[in-house]
Design a protein around this ligand. Structure first.
Ligand code: NAD
Length: 428
């Protein structure tokens, strides 16, 4: 029987949750390839800091309501922490801890000088007025003032938060210190130091990774038939980029369902319909399919850009694509991953494929710090360089070790952080 270490209390910690356990399991699976010492691995299994605050908000009715808020900072080994702030009814310390750990790996994989963080407020944001959201945001920022900062932790938008939310955080922080600090957040409006190309960066990055993978596989990118689930910010940009480069986009979907034309959709026409009608529902010039059917359409490349857990043990055996690109976070379950690997379907993992967003966020922070702004062309070029470099390191390790691209991406990322932690040592 293993000897129990009596210096440690064997009870679950506050951030323990199913999602956090998934993040830790993935980390442990990748450790073998990452070749990390036991003490460094042990350190990285835990977030460095987890904060919970309660945020009082005066509602429009005059009533006072309290909202719990969280911020988890996983690792400061490589630099300040970076990650989104979400407003969602299900935010918890455990969810933020898992997402913060994934952010550490994503930043490290792209060689951005950051660790991962994630935060949020537990709130039904759609039930609040604009002024209530503003008061919530400003008070939350004030509660977190001692742990965020341009050299400490830099928030960004996430679920139900946007450029306006970031502008309020930036303003609140700046009011406290007495001068404008645009570099406290990324994803803010261009008028207060935001970066051009930030809003397109994730979708454009997905296509940069897909095209690099096609080149490695000897496929002509422009001949690949594509299907895109989630025609939103990420999926919409990705679909338009793919079509713009000559790849036929056969189907796209949103929450209302999917539209399908085996000869390729006219995306300009689809976009016009959405502007006039709000969603894909009722679009007259294509066949309608459900979101479940869309995932099983015959195609070469399936881009997942909606939400998590879309490919599961149930539907993965019926996927007909030759390549799956994860624009969303966690769209493929662990079971589906194994099935797709067995079937020889290439899965481009989320921490690589959707890293365009955080990379251009990093460019935004650098531009703010330097007070010197770059144009779209330069940002696009720099983004492609970063993504191609990360892609090549992942592809080479996967080939060399005969492992999946997901395991290779995690191993490459963990090596970056672990290498830095070995050099710095564990203080004191
Ligand atoms: P978004 O809200 O702009 O778009 C999401 C799209 O998915 C919408 O068209 C929505 O109608 C659709 N959708 C929702 N539920 C669906 C369902 N059940 N089936 C099919 N479609 C559905 O969000 P986004 O910013 O494009 O983010 C999409 C995903 O990408 C999320 O997982 C997000 O975490 C991830 N991501 C986004 C960024 C970014 O920079 N925006 C960066 C990294 C990862």
């Amino acid at each position: 029987m293993a000897k129990v270490d009596e210096t440690l209390v064997q009870e679950p910690l506050e951030w323990d949750s199913p999602l956090f356990r998934t993040a830790v399991s993935q980390f442990e699976q990748a450790l073998e390839q990452a070749q990390v010492s036991r003490s460094v691995a042990e350190r990285l299994r835990y977030p460095e800091r987890a904060t919970m605050v309660s945020v009082p908000v005066r509602m429009d009715t005059g009533d006072l309501k309290m909202f719990p808020a969280y911020r988890v900072q996983h690792s400061t080994v490589l630099g300040p922490t970076k990650g989104g702030i979400r407003y969602d009814a299900h935010v918890s310390l455990g969810e933020c801890a898992a997402l913060a750990m994934w952010m550490t790996w994503k930043c490290a994989l792209l060689r951005l000088p950051y660790g991962g963080a994630k935060g949020g407020v537990r709130v039904n944001a759609r039930r609040l007025s604009g002024t209530e959201i503003e008061r919530l945001t400003r008070r939350m920022t004030t509660e977190l003032l001692h742990i965020i900062g341009p050299e400490e932790d830099i928030p960004a938008p996430d679920m139900a938060t946007n450029a306006q939310t970031m502008a309020w955080i930036m303003d609140t922080y700046s009011m406290q210190v007495g001068y404008a600090v645009p570099e406290i957040v990324t994803g803010k409006p261009i008028s207060v130091g935001g970066s051009v190309f930030r809003s397109e960066a994730t979708g454009a990055g997905v296509v940069m990774v897909v095209e690099r993978a096609c080149a490695r596989l000897g496929w002509r990118a422009a001949e690949q038939r594509c299907v895109v689930q989630g025609y939103g910010n990420v999926g919409g940009v990705a679909a338009r980029e793919l079509a713009g480069h000559g790849s036929p986009v056969l189907a796209v979907s949103d929450i209302s369902g999917g539209v399908y034309d085996p000869a390729g959709l006219d995306l300009a026409d689809v976009d016009k319909w959405i502007v006039d009608n709000g969603s894909l529902a009722g679009y007259p010039r294509a066949e309608h399919v459900t979101n479940d059917e869309l995932l099983e359409l015959p195609c070469d490349i399936l881009v997942l850009a909606a939400l998590e857990d879309q490919l599961t043990g149930d539907n993965a055996p019926r996927v007909e694509a030759r390549m799956v690109a994860e624009g969303a976070n966690g769209p493929t379950s662990l079971e589906a991953d194994a099935i797709l690997a067995d079937r020889g379907i290439v899965v481009l993992p989320d921490i690589l494929t959707n890293a365009g967003g955080v990379t251009v966020s990093y460019f935004e922070w650098v531009q703010d710090l330097g007070r010197l702004f770059w144009d779209r062309h330069e940002i696009r070029r720099k983004l492609a360089e970063k993504l191609h470099d990360a892609f090549d390191r992942v592809w080479d390790l996967a080939e060399d070790q005969e492992i999946t691209l997901r395991n290779a991406a995690l191993a490459v990322a963990i090596r970056e952080v672990a290498g830095a932690l070995e050099s710095r040592g564990i203080y004191p």
